[in-house]
Design a protein around this ligand. Structure first.
Ligand SMILES: *[C@@H]1O[C@H](CO)[C@@H](O)[C@H](O)[C@H]1NC(C)=O
Ligand SMILES: *[C@@H]1O[C@H](CO)[C@@H](O)[C@H](O)[C@H]1NC(C)=O
Ligand SMILES: *[C@@H]1O[C@H](CO)[C@@H](O)[C@H](O)[C@H]1NC(C)=O
Ligand SMILES: *[C@@H]1O[C@H](CO)[C@@H](O)[C@H](O)[C@H]1NC(C)=O
Ligand SMILES: *[C@@H]1O[C@H](CO)[C@@H](O)[C@H](O)[C@H]1NC(C)=O
Ligand SMILES: *[C@@H]1O[C@H](CO)[C@@H](O)[C@H](O)[C@H]1NC(C)=O
Ligand SMILES: *[C@@H]1O[C@H](CO)[C@@H](O)[C@H](O)[C@H]1NC(C)=O
Ligand SMILES: [Zn+2]
Ligand SMILES: [Zn+2]
Length: 855
């Protein structure tokens, strides 16, 4: 204990500190929140002003100076351009607004391509084109390509302390965050539409019906992978509007230097969109600002903040590139020629309402959600366009493709349930295996680390499910099932592990003792001669009351063993006796070596090991969670390395088989079943392309994993068939009794043939006849042959091949013939099946009751 405990306390303390540090990110919490609310009220005042501007501006008030027009040309023609008084939209902010027209054109081009004209009429403009999903909530994935803007910008183009006074900008003199520099990459976009659609019928100056007459709020969460450029994944939140009839989505980021959401209507493609957007935002933003002002001291999150990592108000913002996103949802039924245009709308509405409130109407397959998009960065001066037609051939890449939220949820539920079933099946296998190896002898064969790997992973699954279950709304039941299954697997596996640990503890003590003894120079007895007898690890066993300490020492640290003896004797006298008894052998055996051997280190308790496992899995979990922000290559490397480490789980078993000279510890059902079941979840994410996490697949890595597991299983099979030490040079592995020796007549050094087989022992009744029969049928050689003896366990005849003097061994058939009998160290011979069955219960020779080495 004295060495173990401080380590543990230190680790626990570190963990506690880590948690505390996470809970209280700022030291002066009180002061901070006071300063924050001050900051918030200033910010909200600005937003109130911006709201005023939004209320009062009209379509056409924001006409930034186009590229090429000189600044002083304005003096002649004041009406040619104008700005609005919103941060980022003002002239002095110097944004690259000259590309705004280009942005609108790109957007309209995508829309008109997605909903093509019929008979030369642009139905999209009149909101009469093909219907699209009205509810664009879902997750989309696709490739983007970068297009430079017409006037490039660097951070030097801006003086942020002038355009946004009162802020201490951090890092505005270096490359800004979200500055996409790569040529292309992948992006993920998650859209969440508001449940309610607003209808409006006011008509603008024109006569057209206003952009479909419907509008709703929409929130987006985008991840842009810039693998070729900065190598980072940029995440951001966007807020905006959706016009469901036309399928247009317009969203923007908002920050201290860009009041995007207030200027959003000015970025819309046409006056119709402006009218509806202004009407909608005016009400909505006013409501939000009012609510934020009410909750000034409670709610520290800045409204419409685009920065995912720092959602709170701050006086020290760091600049990010701003984005405006225009998206066009594609008609879902474009491919289905069977549906004519009039019915298409009804069909889509029917599917959507069924998805939202399932009534059992038959919908076979829900088409994918597809969207083309163009993203414009007005301050960093570039465009990101989703890759697809018309600029790229259709088969190559099809803009952003994904699933509607309901479909996605359904998938998650289904696969979670499947995973829960897989874990249940694992529990079944584990239970069978535990029934099979319930004796100390059979449990002694099972590798502690193989079972540990399973328990650790099940424990991590349980932790993940238990964490998720509180926030899993639609997936609550499947998560609960998964949690239950992994809990079962974890606890049953844990109890198995505890038993294995208890059984293998004496063995570990012995091994450590031997190491100590060999290092201190004293000679040791070999393993085979005293395999499991000395449960008391110190050589004082003879001096101590053996029957009392022996069973006790499996649980207690051995030094304390002799002290806590419940007896009616005088305790203090006993302690004195024990104290005098313990050091004596040390003094005797170490008369030459001056430093006494290291104090007796007790074996780790099971609790200590479990504690270590928990720390380890916490560490791995933190690593995996933090790897979300890493570059994608090291992250894939980490995940693959973890998977590889996990799927090396049979390796400890192979080593243990070799060390203990044991052919098979676990049933084949267990090995094959666990391998397959544990590979299945990995198969889903590593192979299935549209998995629900949208994780990048890696078939090559998965094939390698499978090959690796297969190789280990082959090794286990080879150990079972050819013997656990095949291919390992003699002398590498510690000595162990070979239960299947080659029997030869001249075998002197091994103590001769087993009792009953010795040549002059041939008085065995049936031997002449059987020997003749054996030599005829077996044909083992001119001089050798098979001999017969009665197996003492089953009383049946046991025929064994015996090589005569000088005969060569090495026939393959002999390898299998040797598997049929087992010879004990006390030179008794039995059927393999009989003795193995016997040894499941006791490690004693059935005839002479001598100790047997475990197999
Ligand atoms: C609280 O913060 C303000 C600045 O925001 C500072 O002037 C003041 O000294 C701080 N008070 C304490 C107690 O730290
Ligand atoms: C917008 O302006 C009108 C007058 O032009 C005013 O009546 C209305 O209250 C304003 N709305 C908001 C939200 O400020
Ligand atoms: C712009 O708005 C600010 C308040 O947000 C105001 O102080 C300033 O005078 C306005 N500028 C112009 C030109 O109207
Ligand atoms: C964005 O990256 C480019 C290329 O590295 C650089 O020239 C430019 O200054 C960066 N822009 C900003 C705003 O940091
Ligand atoms: C930015 O503007 C501030 C205030 O107008 C001025 O003091 C500062 O010199 C400017 N910085 C640069 C780099 O131009
Ligand atoms: C959806 O919009 C309605 C009306 O505009 C509003 O009351 C509601 O709070 C919004 N819901 C969400 C989740 O934003
Ligand atoms: C759109 O889908 C989301 C996600 O299922 C749902 O919460 C929302 O109510 C739907 N809105 C409409 C108008 O159908
Ligand atoms: Zn038998
Ligand atoms: Zn015996």
């Amino acid at each position: 204990m004295p060495q173990q405990q401080p380590q543990h306390q230190a680790a626990g303390l570190l963990l506690l500190l880590f948690l505390l540090w996470n809970l209280f990110p700022e030291g002066e919490y009180q002061n901070q929140s006071l300063a924050l609310s001050e900051l918030a009220s200033k910010r909200l005042e600005r937003y109130q002003d911006a709201l005023e501007v939004l209320n009062q501006t009209r379509w056409g008030d924001f006409r930034p100076r186009p590229d090429g027009v000189e600044a002083n040309a304005a003096a002649d023609d004041g009406s040619s351009y104008s700005y609005v008084n919103l941060t980022g939209f003002r002239e002095q902010d110097g944004f690259a607004w000259d590309d705004l027209e280009l942005f609108r054109e790109k957007g309209l081009r995508l829309s008109r391509h997605a909903i093509p004209p019929v008979g030369g009429k642009q139905l999209w403009d009149a909101a009469q084109g093909e219907p699209v999903w009205a509810n664009a909530s879902g997750t989309l994935h696709g490739d983007w390509v970068r297009r430079p803007g017409s006037s490039p910008r660097t951070y030097d183009s801006y003086n942020l302390s002038r355009s946004v006074p009162g802020m201490d900008w951090v890092g505005d003199r270096a490359d800004w965050a979200r500055n996409i520099t790569g040529e292309s990459g992948r992006m993920m976009l998650r859209l969440e539409g508001n449940r309610t659609v607003q209808k409006y019928d006011e008509v603008a100056e024109g006569s057209n019906p206003l952009s479909g007459g419907m509008i709703r709020h929409v929130r987006g969460y985008a991840t842009i992978e810039d693998t070729m450029g900065s190598g980072l994944n940029w995440e951001m939140r966007l807020w905006g509007l959706q016009w469901p009839r036309q399928g247009v989505v317009l969203m923007t980021t908002t920050s201290e230097k860009f009041e995007g959401i207030f200027g959003l209507p000015h970025l819309a493609p046409s006056a119709d969109f402006f009218q509806s957007a202004q009407m909608m935002l005016k009400r909505k933003l006013a409501r939000v600002v009012r609510r934020k002002r009410r909750n000034l001291y409670v709610d520290q999150n800045m409204p419409w903040n685009s920065d995912v990592d720092n959602a709170m108000y701050t006086a020290f913002p760091s600049p990010h590139c701003e984005f405006v996103l225009y998206g066009q949802v594609h008609p879902p039924l474009q491919q289905d020629a069977g549906v004519d245009a009039e019915h298409a709308e009804d069909v889509i509405r029917a599917i959507e309402s069924e998805l939202q409130k399932p009534l059992g109407a038959p919908i076979h397959s829900v088409s994918k959600l597809q969207m083309s998009t163009v993203i414009y960065s007005p301050d960093c001066g570039f465009f990101l366009e989703s890759k697809g037609p018309p600029d790229f051939p259709p088969g190559d890449s099809d803009h952003l493709v994904g699933m509607k939220t309901e479909v996605h949820t359904h998938q998650v539920k289904t696969w979670m349930l499947v995973y829960a079933l897989v874990v249940f099946a694992q529990v079944g296998l584990l239970k069978d295996q535990m029934q099979e190896s319930f004796t100390p002898s059979t449990m002694g064969r099972v590798s502690f680390w193989t079972v540990s790997a399973m328990v650790i992973v099940d424990g991590m699954t349980f932790t993940a499910a238990a964490t998720w279950v509180s926030s899993a709304m639609a997936t609550f039941l499947p998560t609960l099932a998964l949690m239950f299954a992994s809990f079962l697997s974890m606890t049953i596996g844990g109890s198995f592990l505890a038993k294995i640990h208890e059984v293998q503890l004496p063995e570990r003590n012995r091994r450590r003792d031997q190491q100590r003894q060999t290092s201190s120079g004293t000679s040791t007895e070999t393993t085979s001669s005293a395999p499991s007898a000395p449960l008391t690890p110190n050589p004082t066993g003879a001096l101590l009351p053996a029957p009392v300490t022996a069973p006790r020492s499996t649980r207690l640290p051995p030094d304390q063993g002799p002290i806590i003896i419940p007896s009616d004797q005088d305790i203090s006298a006993e302690i004195a006796a024990a104290a005098s008894a313990v050091p004596r052998p040390n003094m005797v055996s170490n008369t030459t070596t001056t430093p006494p051997p290291a104090p007796h280190r007790p074996a780790q308790t099971f609790q200590a090991i479990i504690g270590r496992f928990i720390l380890f899995s916490l560490f791995v979990s933190f690593l995996a969670i933090s790897s979300v922000t890493w570059y994608s290559r090291p992250r894939a490397l980490l995940l693959n390395a973890c998977a590889l480490a996990y799927f090396s789980l049979w390796l400890p078993q192979i080593c243990r088989n070799t060390l203990r000279n044991c052919r098979r510890a676990l049933s084949w059902r267990f090995v094959l079943g666990q391998s397959a079941l544990r590979l299945l979840p990995f198969a889903y994410f590593w192979v299935k392309h549209d998995n629900f996490l949208y994780a990048r697949t890696d078939r090559r890595a998965f094939a390698l994993l499978c090959a690796w597991v297969w190789l280990q299983i082959c090794l286990l099979a080879a150990q079972d068939v050819l013997g656990p030490r095949f291919g390992i040079p003699a002398g590498w592995a510690p000595d162990a009794w070979d239960y299947h020796p080659v029997l030869r007549e001249d075998n002197v050094e091994a103590g001769g043939l087993p009792i009953g087989l010795v040549a002059d022992d041939a008085a065995v009744a049936r031997s002449p006849t059987t020997e003749k029969r054996g030599s005829v049928s077996g044909g083992a050689g001119p001089a050798g042959g098979t001999r017969a003896i009665d197996c003492a366990i089953c009383r049946e005849v046991l025929e064994v091949p015996v090589l005569s003097a000088g005969e060569e061994e090495g026939r393959v058939a002999n390898v299998f013939a040797r598997r049929l009998y087992m010879v004990t160290p006390c030179r008794h011979i039995f059927h393999t099946a009989c003795l193995e069955g016997w040894m499941r219960f006791r490690l004693q020779c059935p005839i002479c009751r001598e100790e047997l080495p475990p197999i």
